[in-house]
Design a protein around this ligand. Structure first.
Ligand code: SF4
Ligand code: SF4
Ligand code: SF4
Length: 447
């Protein structure tokens, strides 16, 4: 059996979600859950990965955790598999509670499910998928990190991850509409407008902490003359932390509410704000769990939306952003969604100068926040910072070549990179595309 890893546990606070869950485990329960998930929820793809891997380690240098932890083999992608799913399979589920504790820590806090390693494996073995299966087992054993579990439960109870009450949601939109009308009279945030072209959806932290992003989106929509709406009720929050907690049942409920809102409003498509994991939940995981290979209604990420508005001239830039920028390619919209060239088109239209990070596009390093890792909360912050030293080095390099502002078109990346910039004292501003577009676009004349 694997021992609890004392080195990686150093500096971590106890995670109540994991500890309470571990103390409830029995050998019989562990064995039953592992064998039922492996038997009923995996298929040929999983078997092929397990049988094909030759333990060559070529995927190791792809992983930011491995590079940032001085190439400690325990952090290599295949090392994570060897410490989690392989022993579960080989022993037919006969692993102990300490093993499960360590498996929960590895799958939830030492892998961002960013899929960078998949690109470097000669056989295309998807280790992120295997870590997702570990998370599924951990979820069914009730050993999920507390903060992540709480977020998924909030979403299940209130249909938004931040427990925003119904009247608070409407009040926030009206407040942002009032504010924006002082700048642009006649601007509306149209609620429940049946037959609008676009339903705009956001993640719950926007009304809770970042209401200015809704303000900016409203100004962009109004200026571009978009026929848009937002749902007044369930389905407005497009985030989905249950996708990362292994709770596929809640993931499916949350996604269905999102798609149902669009169907109820009879819109032509959904436009999402700048969030990577929410995008993955509609094109990859949530839709597939519900039985749709593709989303049941067209959905575009904000990058594509801004790209189209700028390309068609519906948004015009009054003066370009004059500080040199560097661009973080979020894995869920770039490796997963292929939006890297559209993002560069947007940069070229709104900024004077782009200083590319290296590596970039689909080879970019993850922010270390994604895959629900940042949502595992404060007990793991130090580990998260140590686990992405390579990102800090990448940002220092871009800064040394002149970059002053970092654009991160993903909420989780934004938060994770914000932490890295502060922790390593890098000294870069961080912005969304929407911040810069709002700042630099031509707007209707103020009174
Ligand atoms: S998915 Fe990303 S974080 Fe996980 S092992 Fe692969 S490269 Fe590392
Ligand atoms: S996942 Fe691929 S690259 Fe990594 S050890 Fe296995 S075969 Fe080698
Ligand atoms: S938060 Fe951003 S870079 Fe990090 S895993 Fe998500 S999309 Fe990828």
């Amino acid at each position: 059996m694997a021992e609890t890893n004392k080195d990686t546990a150093k500096g971590e606070e106890l995670d109540e979600g994991i500890e309470v869950g571990v103390h409830r485990l029995t050998p019989e329960r562990i064995q039953t859950v592992i064998n039922s998930v492996l038997g009923a929820e995996t298929g040929a793809r999983f078997k092929a990965y397990i049988q094909t891997c030759i333990h060559c380690g070529l995927c190791s240098d792809a992983c930011h955790f491995y590079l940032s932890n001085d190439k400690d083999p325990r952090f290599s992608p295949v090392g994570k598999v060897k410490q989690t799913i392989w022993p579960m399979i080989e022993s037919k589920g006969r692993v102990d509670a300490d093993f499960i504790r360590r498996a929960a820590q590895i799958a939830h806090t030492e892998c961002n499910l960013c899929k960078r390693c998949v690109q470097y494996c000669p056989f295309g073995i998807d280790i992120a998928y295997m870590m997702s299966m570990v998370r599924r087992i951990i979820h069914k054993l009730g050993v999920t990190p507390l903060y992540l579990q709480d977020t998924a439960h909030s979403h299940a109870a209130t249909m938004n991850q931040m427990w925003v009450k119904g009247d608070e949601w409407i009040d926030t939109l009206q407040w942002q509409e009032d504010e924006a009308r002082e700048e642009i009279p006649g601007l509306r945030i149209p609620l429940e407008k049946e037959g609008a072209d676009i339903m705009y959806s956001v993640i719950a932290p926007e009304p809770k902490f970042q209401a200015q992003l809704i303000y900016q989106a409203a100004v962009i929509m109004h200026t571009a003359g978009v026929n848009w709406t937002m749902p007044a009720g369930m389905g407005w929050d497009n985030s989905d932390m249950a996708m990362f907690s292994g709770d596929n049942e809640i993931m499916g409920r949350v996604k269905r509410a999102h798609f149902d809102a669009a169907e109820r409003l009879k819109v032509k498509k959904i436009v999402m704000g700048e969030c990577g994991h929410a995008f993955r939940s509609v094109y990859d995981m949530g839709n597939r769990w519900l039985g749709w290979a593709m989303p049941p209604i067209p959905i575009v990420h904000a990058i594509e939306f801004y790209h189209d508005l700028l390309k068609t001239g519906r948004i015009r830039i009054a003066r370009k952003y004059d500080k040199p920028v560097t661009l973080h390619d979020p894995c869920n919209v770039v490796r997963g969604g292929g939006l890297h060239e559209m993002a560069r088109y947007v940069v070229s239209q709104i900024c004077e100068e782009l200083v590319e990070m290296h590596p970039n596009r689909e080879h970019n390093y993850c922010c270390a926040a994604g895959g629900g890792v940042i949502n595992c909360g404060p007990p793991y912050k130090n580990k998260r910072m140590a686990g992405n030293r390579v990102k800090a080095e990448q940002l220092f390099d871009a800064k040394s070549r002149g970059a002053q502002t970092l654009i991160a078109p993903c909420h989780n990346c934004h938060s994770g990179l914000h932490d890295i910039i502060h922790h390593y004292e890098i000294g870069l501003d961080i912005k969304f595309f929407g911040d810069i577009i709002y700042e630099c676009m031509e707007k209707p004349e103020s009174p």
